[in-house]
Design a protein around this ligand. Structure first.
Ligand code: DP6
Length: 355
């Protein structure tokens, strides 16, 4: 048990009969990828992500006192009751019960809304778990825990991690690091840490992230299954070392504003993530033919122009296009003219980093 996150509230008597809290949390896109975990959601390597702006989850959590000694949760997504979501939340509650003493004392109703379409293939687990964790910490404070702003965010990140690893990074804005290493001060396996804005060149604070929705709908392999396939993976140990080395390499790049070196590293990370999937047993491929076609088009564009357009991928077929604001005008014309054609239904989402 992590003593620092044990609540100072009593575990039996709660002063409020019923109430409601709200939180909004953005999605994030990893530059150095978390892929592989140990027991209790401890990552096998450090990762870092940009927190986004337009892709977010908004959650209202209502709570009402009850007597029974079990968890009771009802979930509504976009106003519609989702019985299939309750088990995921109950599993989350089971994992965090030692740190959130009131979970059995109340019946909870979750009303949640994503700014991005549910069918878009954009994972809502990071923004969703982060928003829910922020709600729980608010209730804890309303019940008298009196955590400072900093303590509240740290605890929310700690709880969010136990819901979904990457969610711990969505609690903070800017660039957020997760995973203990000896080169980022304050880094931890237990929660995300905001990477200091003073260590980031201005150009990286202007980045756009346009998400090409190459394939809408559910992924064929969940992240959780993918992480587990890193156990007994022939290249896993090397990958974990390389990810940490890549993060260490990124530090001076972020500081000095070397956009080209940034792009090279970030694209290498994305392709390594997918290579790991292809080499796991059983193997799986999450890119679609249009993912590859769009990437080839992007590389061709970069060879022919001096535009600073790069990509990363999450665990799916969609492509995150990363580029600085200074090149946005031309690049967005190129996206509309050339890359949109690779998107299922011609859909893409315009987002940007959140500083
Ligand atoms: C490829 O955080 O979704 O997006 O901890 O099992 O919920 P769980 O996995 P999740 O994994 C995200 C993997 C990734 C890379 C990243 O965000 O770092």
């Amino acid at each position: 048990m992590e003593q620092q996150f044990i609540s100072n509230l009593s575990t039996t008597s709660f002063s409020i009969e019923e109430g409601s809290v709200n939180a909004k949390s953005p999605s994030n896109i990893a530059l150095i990828k978390y892929w592989g975990k140990k027991k209790n959601q401890i990552p096998t390597n450090s990762s870092i992500s940009y927190t986004l702006t337009n892709s977010y989850t908004e959650t209202e959590l209502k709570f009402k006192k009850k007597q029974s000694d079990n968890f009771e949760v009802e979930v509504y997504l976009e106003g519609e009751k989702k019985n299939s979501f309750s088990p995921k939340i109950i599993t989350f509650f089971e994992r965090i019960i030692d740190y959130v003493p009131f979970l059995k004392g109340y019946k909870f109703t979750v009303h949640t809304h994503n700014s991005f379409p549910h069918s878009s293939g954009i994972a809502s687990s990071a923004s969703g778990m982060s928003a829910l964790a922020l709600c729980l910490v608010q209730i804890e404070n309303n019940l008298g825990a009196n955590l400072s702003e900093e303590e509240s965010l740290k605890k929310a990140s700690f709880l969010a991690r136990l819901g979904s690893g990457s969610a711990c990074r969505s609690v903070f804005k800017g660039l957020v690091e997760w995973g203990e290493n000896n080169f980022i001060k304050g880094s931890s396996d237990l929660y995300g840490t905001k990477y200091p804005d003073t260590e980031i060149h201005e150009v990286f604070k202007t980045f756009h992230d346009t998400i090409l929705l190459i394939h809408e709908g559910q992924k064929s392999v969940s992240s959780t299954v993918g992480h587990n396939l890193m156990n007994n993976h022939p290249y896993a140990e090397h990958r974990f070392v390389e990810a940490n080395e890549n993060l260490e390499k990124l530090i001076p790049i972020l500081k000095n504003g070397d956009v080209k070196a940034f792009g090279e590293l970030v694209e290498h990370e994305a392709l390594t993530l997918h290579a790991m999937m292809m080499m796991s047993n059983p193997a799986f491929i999450l890119m679609k033919p249009n993912t590859v076609a769009a990437l080839e088009k992007l590389w061709e564009y970069r060879r022919e122009t001096d535009k600073q357009l790069f990509f990363t991928l999450d665990a799916g077929a969609n492509i995150h296009l990363l580029y600085p604001a200074s090149d946005a005008l031309e690049i967005e014309i190129f996206i509309e003219k050339e890359l949109k054609a690779f998107c299922q239904n011609g859909n893409y989402i315009k987002d940007k980093v959140n500083f």
